[in-house]
Design a protein around this ligand. Sequence first.
Ligand code: ADP
Ligand code: MG
Length: 227
Amino acid sequence: SEELLRKSEKLAVVGQLAAGVAHEIRNPLTSLKGFIQLLKEGKCNETYFDIIEAELERLNEIVNEFLLLGKPNPTKKTYNHVSEMLQHVVKLLEGQALLHHVTVQCFVDEQLPPLYCDENQLKQVFINIIKNAIEAMPNGGILRIEARQRLDSIFICITDEGCGIPKERMATLGEPFYSTKEKGTGLGLMVSFKIVEAHGGEMKIHSEEGKGTTVCLCFPISSKREG
Ligand code: ADP
Ligand code: MG
């Protein structure tokens, strides 16, 4: 019956939400685990304590957000600098990069105009993409982050020298629960696509198996007062 259909649909949504929250919680947990590992190895200095505190705070926020679910349209858009958001995220994932022997190279135009966006959501997109890039390079490599303006858009490209994505899998990227990782959720890209779309932006993925992957984000500057 219709009622039954609605119920099963509801259950599916609840399951997706729960998995999504689990995924969001796993990111800061992985990062904290990295810092603990560094601490154990005596490679963690006091400057990391602020990040550890910030990560714990983020976990707290995620739980709060989960409790507030059901409230429509939680996007909070303000003017934010892409360079500052990227810097913050790179610092956040520094422990993980170190553990993977990944060198991060940033080429960010400091003159970029601010972007009208939800700061936490955009940071989440950067975290998801950069984490994937680090995870794609288990034996180390270079992670290149570029941000520049072209005409009325800001382009952010994140390139890794990792395992790459097989051609036949390119079409399924962004579908929920597609993951090739033992502990993956396959939600990071889906969440990222949704957030980018909600900002009127575009996310494109170029990849060559065995060579590496580039994720390109494009956000319009002119639509800053919308939403
Ligand atoms: P998860 O990271 O939990 O697996 P994601 O949605 O973030 O979920 O990514 C889905 C899948 O896409 C990954 O499991 C991986 O197979 C592939 N992928 C994403 N980014 C990259 C990348 N930079 N290099 C290689 N494969 C990638
Ligand atoms: Mg991921």
